[in-house]
Write a protein that binds this ligand. Structure first.
Ligand SMILES: [Zn+2]
Length: 69
């Protein structure tokens, strides 16, 4: 009986669940590969601003990234 589950698992996933590149949460299908529109925009804005590299750790920068909504 467990074979049904195995078959379903083979058919279903075109996209594997990946952690969000921004915050590491499981990605959401609608916002793939990010977990949310917020993270996607964060990533995009970072590209646009030309500073994709992660800053050398300052609490000030984290203040802009309100993780919780
Ligand atoms: Zn995220």
């Amino acid at each position: 009986m467990s074979d049904e589950k195995k078959i379903a698992a083979k058919v279903e996933p075109l996209r594997k669940a990946r952690p969000c590149p921004e915050c590491g949460k499981p990605s959401h299908r609608e916002h793939y590969p990010f977990c949310s529109n917020r993270c996607r925009e964060l990533d995009l804005s970072r590209w646009l601003s030309g500073s994709y590299a992660i800053p050398v750790a300052d609490d000030e920068t984290k203040a802009d990234y309100k993780d919780e909504e």
